[in-house]
Design a binder for this molecule. Structure first.
Ligand SMILES: [Zn+2]
Length: 80
């Protein structure tokens, strides 16, 4: 029977992972700061999987950076 700390750690990791996109190639959740690519086939691939593709198959429709938060941080003008 797993102890309470193991159960809490597992639930915490699952909640972090639940909202993020996964790579269709390796099923890995990309790290914060890593680039993910949407291919012309509609698949989302991480940087590692795209680099493993042959040059002629690297047709990304869009690319985006994985952010730590789903929402944008507010930016305020700097005081003079
Ligand atoms: Zn991948």
């Amino acid at each position: 029977m797993p102890d309470l700390a193991t159960i809490m750690l597992r639930r915490s990791a699952q909640s972090l992972d639940s909202g993020r996109k996964r790579c269709a190639g390796c099923r890995r959740t990309p790290l914060v700061g890593e680039r993910v690519h949407e291919m012309d086939t509609g698949r989302m691939l991480c940087e590692l999987c795209v680099s493993a593709l042959p040059e002629e198959d690297r047709r990304a429709v869009s690319s985006e950076m994985v952010h730590a938060l789903d929402k944008q941080l507010s930016v305020a003008p700097r005081a003079a």
